[in-house]
Design a protein around this ligand. Structure first.
Ligand SMILES: CC(C)(COP(=O)(O)OP(=O)(O)OC[C@H]1O[C@@H](n2cnc3c(N)ncnc32)[C@H](O)[C@@H]1OP(=O)(O)O)[C@@H](O)C(=O)NCCC(=O)NCCS
Length: 315
């Protein structure tokens, strides 16, 4: 199978900044508790923005950054659990918004916070079978709509945003070597669907999810490295799902990863689920900390339960 590489990243976050202090005015919490337990200081919540506008703005930025035009796109996947409508899917609305070709598959993918990595792997498979060799992968969430403001252990965690990648598939490029896993569990992390009507709140067993995360992230890393036949030292940059700064800190300590080889933006955005990994990639590309030649190991985990890792490079 021919591999894909990232051609260009883009992102969009809502304007409204919600600080820990402002949350402490509506729920029984404090800036000190949130910062020390999670690393989160602020998050963005949509007001005027919509799921579609976040997706479209992030995707337009990625297209501009990559120099690819909408008519060159061979498939479009939106990783999300918060699309505005179930039908049409977010990807269908994005097809219309961007004027993507009508003879390509555009669809949503739900793998919670691992969605972007599931989508990258799916895109690699799709582009191998497509005459058009560029693909659009978006991670977008409006999690503020799912917040239970009576649950202080979850309402502080989540934020809104979108990150997008234009990827290219070329003969001779190595596969991203994605490792993906799934284990059905509706107790640790749950967002009810149509079964329960309008009160679709996130509920989570935080401590159990934390434990799951610190076990599964190293497992994914080891699996990716083993599959590629490389070691931690061969990796130029590590990109982790931003769920809790303490999870990232534990992992980088375990692998002795130096500060210049990983990045945290959770203080600014909180947990943005499927948007978290592409938001990090987009910021890092703008900062010039990753680019052509960088070998990046990306790792995610989330509800489902789902988990995964991949080696991504820029074209
Ligand atoms: C949610 C999370 C921050 C909670 O931190 P924790 O250290 O596990 O805290 P606990 O849930 O054990 O709660 C400890 C205490 O803090 C309290 N608490 C919970 N949320 C609080 C808040 N926002 N402010 C103040 N106190 C809070 C609890 O009520 C509990 O009090 P008690 O001991 O009197 O009962 C943490 O478990 C976590 O980040 N889990 C992983 C979440 C995750 O990654 N989710 C996304 C997966 S993609």
């Amino acid at each position: 199978m021919n591999g894909i590489k990232l051609k260009g990243m883009g992102r969009c976050v809502p304007e409204k900044i919600v600080t820990n202090q402002s949350l402490a005015e509506i729920v029984d919490t404090s800036d000190e508790w949130i910062t020390s337990r999670t690393g989160i200081q602020r998050r963005r919540h949509c007001t005027a923005e919509t799921h579609t506008s976040l997706c479209a703005d992030a995707a337009r930025a990625a297209l501009a950054r990559s120099g690819v035009t909408p008519d060159q796109i061979g498939a479009c996947i939106v990783a999300t659990v918060t699309s505005n409508t179930l039908v049409p899917s977010a990807a269908c609305l994005l097809q219309r918004e961007l004027g993507l070709p009508t003879d390509i598959p555009c669809f949503d993918l739900n793998a919670a916070c691992t969605g972007f990595l599931f989508a990258l792997h799916t895109m690699e498979c799709l582009l191998n079978a497509s005459p058009r060799k560029f693909g659009l992968v978006v991670g977008c969430e409006v999690l503020s709509r799912l917040i239970n403001w009576e649950d202080r252990s979850t309402c502080i965690l989540f934020g809104d945003g979108a990150g997008a990648a234009v990827v290219e598939c070329r003969a001779g490029w190595p596969s991203i070597g994605a490792v993906l896993g799934t284990r059905g569990d509706d107790e640790l992390l749950r967002v009810p669907g149509v079964e329960t009507g309008p009160r679709n709140f996130i509920s989570m067993e935080g401590t159990k999810v934390f434990k799951f995360a610190v076990e599964i992230v190293p497992w994914c890393m080891d699996w990716v490295l083993q599959k590629a036949g490389i070691t931690v030292d061969d990796v130029d940059f590590f990109v982790f799902h931003q769920a809790n700064a303490r999870i990232i800190d534990l992992v980088v300590r375990k692998y002795r990863i130096p500060p210049e080889k990983y990045y945290k933006n959770i203080a600014e955005y909180g947990n943005t689920s499927a948007a978290s990994i592409p938001l990090v990639l987009s910021e890092l590309q703008d900062l010039g900390r990753i680019g052509p030649g960088s070998r990046i190991l990306a790792v995610g985990f989330g509800g489902g339960l789902t988990w995964g890792g991949a080696l991504v490079e820029f074209a």
